[in-house]
Design a protein around this ligand. Structure first.
Ligand SMILES: [Ca+2]
Length: 137
């Protein structure tokens, strides 16, 4: 009888811990989107902003946020993923603050003038260099 109550007490504790853990993510997501309204509906309004691909595990941003007792303001100036951009700069640019491979400039470079810029260089430079040098010799 004593064993049964012990087992059920342990099961009850496990159920409480599981329930609290399952509810933590939506609550933190609400905190996040309330502080950063521009992220509503974006890729940042999802679990992977704080978690690795496998959700219980935290990424560097999630770990620092947890260490700061979920104070988003406390981690804004930090660079959790060490990619050279503050967490706030990344959040404003809708880049993951916990993923060093996702940076504000990488997004800007890929979506902006890279192809047009290289095409312009190719057409304007090559012909004048070869023709103008040979007569001076
Ligand atoms: Ca960063």
């Amino acid at each position: 009888m004593i064993r049964l109550t012990r087992v059920s007490a342990v099961l009850a504790a496990v159920a409480v811990v599981w329930a609290v853990g399952a509810e933590a993510t939506p609550r933190i997501q609400r905190l996040f989107t309330t502080r950063y309204p521009a992220t509503v509906g974006s890729k940042l309004a999802k679990c992977v902003t704080c978690h690795d691909v496998k959700p219980p595990a935290l990424n560097p941003f999630g770990k620092e946020l947890k260490a700061a007792h979920l104070s988003l303001a406390a981690v804004e100036k930090k660079d959790s993923d060490k990619d050279g951009f503050s967490n706030l700069a990344e959040i404003k640019a809708l880049a993951y603050p916990g993923d060093p491979k996702d940076k504000p400039t990488a997004q800007a470079d890929s979506s902006r003038a890279a192809p047009a810029d290289s095409a312009a260089r190719d057409t304007s430079r090559t012909p004048p260099d070869t023709t103008s040098k040979s007569p001076h010799k």
